[in-house]
Design a protein around this ligand. Sequence first.
Ligand code: ZN
Length: 101
Amino acid sequence: MSEFRLGDVIDDHCIKCRRITNHSIVSIVTAKPAKVRCRTCYHDHDFRNGEAPPSKKDLKKAELFKEVLAAAVPAVTEAVPEAEPEASEKPKKAKARGKKA
Ligand SMILES: [Zn+2]
């Protein structure tokens, strides 16, 4: 029912102002605001539904969490004991030859 139109003023979180401010809609995708412009600092950004983006603190936390997870789970990328197929079998060549002949 509530259709968005270009230039409409909506609330959103401005990363520059670091708070919810008035924004004008500058682009709409599938009937939803895609880009908005802060009416306070005129900063354009993607519409984020009024949600604050993850702060640097949060990002750091996430990274730490990842590290902890990586430490808890045995390194899968390093420990590959029985996955070393030295290409000992070459059935492809034979197959290709057989098909052609
Ligand atoms: Zn702003």
